[in-house]
Design a protein around this ligand. Structure first.
Ligand code: NAD
Length: 733
């Protein structure tokens, strides 16, 4: 298959156009890289060719490397996957280095042919690393285009020369947001920071590229790092200005990653070591560190969950095969915190919104929430006045249910009260079309029970958003007993429209995400009740990659909500209720009026402005610290197993039907240690037999909540992994 097209014009300018057939976006494959290399070689060898333009036949330049390529390099190398990866990466370096040297004499640096990258739109990952090897990068002024190296976000780092070229081009300090945070920039901003060289009107792109090729001099082709006397911008590690930068960067990276993300550490090491040696050696160092990261199971797990499977779910991997169900007009019942957020994300995605509340004032307040977000966006230059007007014009705030006529989807977000919900369900169904889908955003009430208030339970479903709606990327779709395929398809198409990531689960107490996060919070509080140092609990969680310790998390979500859930769960479970010890501490805190951040007092102390200070000292008076404190690992195991065992039980019980959803949902829904790739990936990393041994130990010491589920025991006996046992099934879905 041809991925790059080659043509030479009458003026001797060769254009290599990247245009992968049948795809809307270019992605780099091994075959593509070989084609690019062959075209570059042909152009360099052809006496009639004066220079080369590398561009794209699509609206964007490229989205990066096909990540399966890395997996294949590893697999093809048999017993020595690290060697396979290293050799493969060095081949990529070779191709890009040939572009960069462009046939010039290595001593005099003369006689090369100019190579310019002309970017019509987005250029990400390897899609920017190829341009970085060219002598000039010219981008079209396309405000929607994103230019950058987002690799770090999925657990790797730019390994096709991007790390070395960006750090050498900009210096460690300016390169940090691009490499360590994966920050993406629009073309003008990318030019302002020196990442690319020129921005032109879209219609001028190729003409300007050609003009540059024909006027370039020998000196224009020599990269600073290939020229004599090159100095690392901002100073190399052993220079007076460089020393504090590198020292500070190491501390900063550690503070942000707690040392659990191998990629950030490896990236920094590669930049540091690379800065001390000539460029070709630096590329080898980059390749070594890149191989090191790719060999770490964390990176494969992150790529699998945060890239491959997240995308598969967003594209509808588990969507029933029914016709297009995209939403044109959504009715939202309840304009409180959640309803207002749902209205904003819907209107922002181009969907007409009818936002209903019991009073006009409440409905207007819900709409004003969108105005607030849009105003903030305008201040940051991200939203235009026209866009704001457009989005607000799509939201009709009213108390009149008749306005729901013509809505093809309803999302109900009124009080968490079955009677109130039943009332609004009947009111809405009296007006909406017979084929409309009715969704509830309940977080605790069973969908099957709520569906009893509906005349059309087959069209009734749960669409569970997380707070704050505009920031949280996960949406949990919950099927009741009678929910039909069209309702699932509608929910999935809607989630896709609002550009979030869906998981589809079956109806059970707390669905999936809350089912796993509540035991995490409870285990943290239970330990405090036992006399474990609160600081040990919080730090143990952070050091294993949880974004918030359990005590901080309960402060954020509020202790009175915890108490409310505890009461409801106790009522529903009766004697089976396992969390009496946790309730002692929750109810006591509520009695003290320490409700968390909202009351400016909880497990943490807060200042007048509500800023979190240290852990609250007074807690020790009521729950004294034990003389003997547990090992850090023991605390971490308790916190992690509280979550992952619940995920396994959800799978056993058929609440989860796809482990990919379990992993992606855990990371996006409650921030489960992203470096692990999610609960199932983490169990695969440590192995089922190790997991069972830890369960046995924890259960003997702390109780039956840590008993290994039968599924895990079975897998340990058979030497299986979750992705080995359930992965193929998930891929086939
Ligand atoms: P909220 O109290 O902020 O908002 C509820 C709104 O519903 C209020 O504005 C109220 O006036 C309105 N309302 C009540 N009865 C009504 C009626 N008969 N007709 C029209 N409007 C009516 O609550 P919230 O936090 O937005 O939660 C709403 C739903 O979302 C609940 O079911 C809750 O469990 C669920 N949920 C909440 C969160 C969260 O973090 N708060 C997360 C996920 C799901």
């Amino acid at each position: 298959m041809t991925e790059f097209h080659y043509a030479v014009d009458a003026d001797g300018v060769a254009t290599i156009t990247w245009d992968v057939a049948g795809k809307s976006m270019n992605v780099l494959s091994i075959a593509g890289l070989q084609e690019l290399d062959a075209h570059v070689q042909a152009a360099l060898a052809d006496g009639n060719v004066k220079g080369i333009i590398i561009t794209s036949g699509k609206a964007d330049f490229a989205a990066g490397m096909d990540l399966n390529v890395l997996a294949r390099m590893k697999a093809d190398a048999g017993d020595d996957p690290a060697r396979g990866l290293f050799d493969g990466i060095m081949q990529v370096h070779g191709v890009l280095r040939r572009i960069e040297r462009a046939g010039m004499d290595p001593k005099t640096l003369k006689g090369g042919k100019p190579v310019v990258a002309a970017l019509p739109g987005t250029a990400l990952g390897a899609g920017l690393e190829i341009p970085l090897a060219c002598h000039r990068i010219i981008a079209a002024d396309n405000a929607r285009a994103k230019i950058g190296l987002p690799e770090i976000i999925i657990g790797i780092f730019p390994g096709a020369g991007g790390t070395m070229r960006v750090s050498r081009k900009l210096g460690a300090m300016a390169a940090a947001p691009i490499l360590l945070e994966g920050k993406l920039n629009a073309p003008k901003a990318a030019k302002a920071i020196g990442l690319i060289d020129e921005v032109v009107e879209p219609g001028q792109l190729l003409a300007r590229a050609k003009e540059w090729v024909l006027s370039a001099k020998d000196a224009d082709l020599v990269k600073p790092w290939d020229a004599k006397g090159y100095k690392f911008p901002g100073g190399a590690p052993y220079s007076a200005p460089g020393f504090p930068t590198f020292l500070g960067a190491a501390a900063m990276v550690h503070a942000q990653t707690q040392g659990v993300y191998p990629a950030a550490k490896a990236l920094l090491a590669a930049v540091y070591e690379g800065a001390l040696v000539p460029f070709d050696t630096a590329l080898k160092i980059e390749a070594r560190w890149f191989t090191h990261v790719l060999m770490n199971p964390s990176s494969s797990a992150m790529i699998r969950s945060l890239f491959i499977n997240k995308e598969a779910l967003e594209k509808g991997a588990n969507r029933p095969k029914v016709a297009d169900e995209r939403v044109a007009r959504v009715g939202i019942l309840g304009a409180g915190m959640m309803g207002a957020g749902i209205a904003y994300v819907s209107a922002n995605a181009g969907i007409e919104v009818v936002l209903i509340d019991a009073t006009q004032e409440a409905a207007d307040r819900g709409k004003a929430y969108s105005e607030g977000i849009l105003d903030k966006g305008m201040k940051r230059g991200k939203v235009t006045a026209d866009k704001k007007a457009e989005v607000l014009a799509r939201i009709t705030a009213t108390t009149d249910y008749a306005a729901l006529a013509g809505c093809d989807l309803i999302v109900e977000a009124v009080f968490e009260d079955q009677k109130v919900k039943a009332g609004v369900t009947a009111q809405a169904e009296a007006v909406i079309p017979a084929d409309a889908i009715f969704a509830t955003n309940t977080s605790t009430l069973p969908i099957t029970d709520l569906a009893k208030a509906s005349k059309r339970p087959g069209q009734f479903i749960g669409i569970h958003f997380f707070s704050p709606v505009d920031k949280m990327m996960l949406v949990e779709i919950i099927k009741g007993k009678e929910t039909g395929d069209r309702a699932v398809a509608k929910a999935l198409d809607y989630v896709r429209q609002i550009r979030k990531t869906p998981i589809v689960v079956n109806d059970a107490r707390f669905f999936y995400a809350n089912r796993c996060i509540i035991p995490y919070i409870n285990e943290g509080m239970r330990m405090v009740g036992e006399g474990v140092e609160p600081a040990l609990v919080e730090n143990a969680a952070r050091l294993v990659g949880m974004p918030l310790g359990p005590l901080q998390l309960v402060d954020e979500t509020s202790l009175d909500l915890g108490a409310k859930i505890a009461r409801a769960t106790r009522a529903a479970m009766g004697n089976e209720y396992p969390d009496g010890a946790v309730d002692d501490i929750v109810f006591w805190m509520v009695d003290q009026g320490r409700l968390g951040r909202k009351s400016k007092s909880g497990f943490y102390a807060y200042d007048e402005a509500g800023k979190r200070q240290g852990l609250w000292e007074g807690l020790a008076d009521r729950f004294p610290r034990a003389g003997d404190q547990p090992e850090l690992t023991e605390v971490q195991h308790r916190l992690l197993f509280a979550q992952v065992l619940e995920a396994v039980r959800a799978l056993e019980a058929g609440v989860l039907t796809d482990i990919r959803e379990g992993d992606v949902g855990a990371i996006l829904g409650w921030g489960f240690a992203p470096w692990s790739g999610g609960p199932f990936s983490w169990l695969d990393i440590i192995g089922a037999d190790t997991a069972v041994a830890i369960c046995d130990r924890l259960a003997a010491k702390h109780g039956a909540r840590f008993a290994a589920p039968a599924l895990l025991r079975d897998m340990a006996a058979k030497g299986e992994t979750f992705y080995g046992r359930f992965g193929a099934q998930a891929r086939a879905a």
